[in-house]
Design a protein around this ligand. Structure first.
Ligand code: ADP
Ligand code: GLC
Length: 475
């Protein structure tokens, strides 16, 4: 068995703000079938510590970035976990990154430096009788692992960093160099210096043996100034180390035949009962048009402002919209205002069970993101016969087959893609969606194709296992 330590700041079902948690939570089971034994290192947030069963202490730290801490080893939610019990850093309820004022915790650099430090310690010295051959970090929160491995002189451990979203660079002021236990000699452009500051993500991008991101298209996009967010030069510099491996979905949690949150179904005709229930729940009237749904964080990335601008095209085509999301106060207010129209229903908040009812009951799911490293909700849509209408970017480009005339003629289309990502092009594609919906036969074909498209982990788990194998045998 290949031993891999996964290091992340969130993990479903214990603590989740987005798709990162889904992926971190799904990887160990997906990889178990590939001969990989993965343990997951998490910050000991209250939700993590209370879920840990039979936890045993695996290490003690007298001073972990400002206070005493212990490493606990145990199982929770079917996962082999290592959790950092460090009350001064992690004993905070709610969102893992934000304080009650909605701003980042001021000590986030230290909090996730601690995560990376402990990860490096486990890799360098082992913990609970186990030492990984590979550390696999996720996003900037695991960025300093390779810097610390250097300091600990653990040269036999290989490292992988996965970029789930390059927009978050993990910045810190250089005055914190010592507090973050970084080597001042590496504060330069070949190290972790980024525009005069410290960047945890850049540290990982420069230091990891291999880089991955969550779709092949995002891997190419990252090399461009438009998507690289200032790190495109670094990505180009490391292009030989980078691969794009698509995310899968948890096919147990997202299975329309067994989903406890919905009226189960195996063919698209079974969606009707869910659609009726969703309309009743949201107070939407009956209509012949398509019911479109959105489940999303409300941020600039997700392009939801474009939906508000293009909405008349959907409503004029006889369509309706049901939305679940939370995030920017401006977008929340704008969607609440849009819901004054009886054909639009909006729920602000975060609700797993309701997200299942929306995806089961919708005819189509809208994902008009300006950038999208992979995206999971379009994959849920495919699995549930809820036709995805998506921007042609990142993982959305890689997972949906656009209903072009050629794809329709060959009977292979699974959704609709639009590009460039503007309100005008979205308007056109909403009009097109309404027309396709009215053509019952074509629509049924789209749904049937969508439902059989592979969206699980099989292929990607093999790709990760192959990457690990290559790293441990050739270097
Ligand atoms: P991102 O990670 O950028 O937010 P993804 O599409 O990869 O985008 O993953 C989002 C995940 O979060 C999905 O599992 C989605 O169902 C879930 N999600 C987003 N917003 C909500 C919400 N308001 N309620 C419930 N689940 C949500
Ligand atoms: C990030 C991206 C999203 C991706 C998820 C999991 O949150 O925004 O596109 O699906 O990570 O990799």
């Amino acid at each position: 068995m290949m031993r891999v330590l996964s290091i992340a700041s969130e993990c479903a079902p214990l603590v989740k703000t987005g798709g990162l948690a889904d992926v971190v939570g799904a990887l160990p089971a997906a990889l178990a079938g590939q001969g990989v034994q993965m343990r997951t290192l998490l910050p000991g947030y209250p939700a993590v510590l209370s879920a840990l069963k039979d936890a045993t202490p695996a290490a003690d730290f007298e001073d972990l970035f400002g206070g005493p801490a212990r490493l606990l080893s145990g199982r929770a939610a079917g996962l082999d976990l290592l959790a950092i019990d460090a009350p001064h850093l992690f004993a905070r309820e709610g969102n893992p990154y934000l304080g009650p004022d909605g701003n980042d915790w001021p000590d986030n650099p230290e909090r996730f430096a601690a995560l990376s430090w402990v990860g490096a310690q486990i890799a360098a010295r082992g913990a609970a009788g186990w030492r990984p051959q590979i550390v696999h970090g996720h996003d900037w929160q695991a960025g300093f692992v390779t810097e610390y491995l250097r300091r600990m002189d653990a040269r036999d451990v290989r490292s992988v960093l996965t970029i789930h979203n390059i927009a978050f660079t993990g910045p810190a002021d250089p005055v914190r160099l010592h507090a973050l236990r970084l080597d001042p000699a590496r504060f330069h452009s070949e190290g972790f210096e980024f525009w005069g500051g410290i960047s945890a993500l850049k540290a990982g991008l420069m230091g990891a043996d291999r880089l991955t991101t969550v779709s092949p298209t995002y891997a190419s996009e990252l090399m461009t100034p438009e998507f690289g967010m200032g790190l495109d030069g670094v990505i180009r510099h490391r292009r030989d180390a980078l691969t794009g491996i698509l995310n899968g979905i948890d096919e147990v949690v997202w299975n329309p035949a067994t989903d406890p949150a919905i009226v189960p179904f195996t063919t698209a005709s079974g969606k009707a009962a869910n659609k009726a229930a969703l309309r009743a729940e949201m107070g939407l009237p009956d209509s012949d048009g398509p019911l479109c749904v959105i489940v999303s964080r409300m941020t600039h990335q997700k392009g939801l402002d474009l939906v508000l601008q293009a909405l008349p095209a959907l409503l004029d085509g006889g369509g309706q919209l049901a939305v679940l999301g939370s995030g920017s106060p401006e977008l929340q207010t704008a969607f609440r205002n849009a819901a004054q129209d009886p054909r639009v229903a909006v729920r602000i908040g975060y609700d797993e069970a309701f997200s299942h009812r929306l995806i089961a009951g919708g005819d189509a799911i809208l994902v008009p993101s300006r950038f999208e490293p992979c995206g999971l909700t379009q994959l849920y849509g495919l699995r549930y016969g809820t036709v995805p209408l998506v921007a042609l970017t990142g993982g959305l480009a890689d997972t949906v087959i656009n209903a072009s005339p050629a794809a329709l003629a060959r009977g292979v289309a699974t959704g609709i893609q639009f590009w460039p990502v503007t309100a005008d092009t979205l308007r056109l594609s909403l009009t097109r969606l309404c027309a396709l919906y009215k053509d019952g036969e074509t629509w049924s074909r789209l749904q049937a194709n969508a439902m059989v498209q592979p969206v699980g982990w099989d292929q990607s788990a093999k790709a990760y296992a192959a990457l690990y194998a290559e790293l441990t045998t050739t270097e």
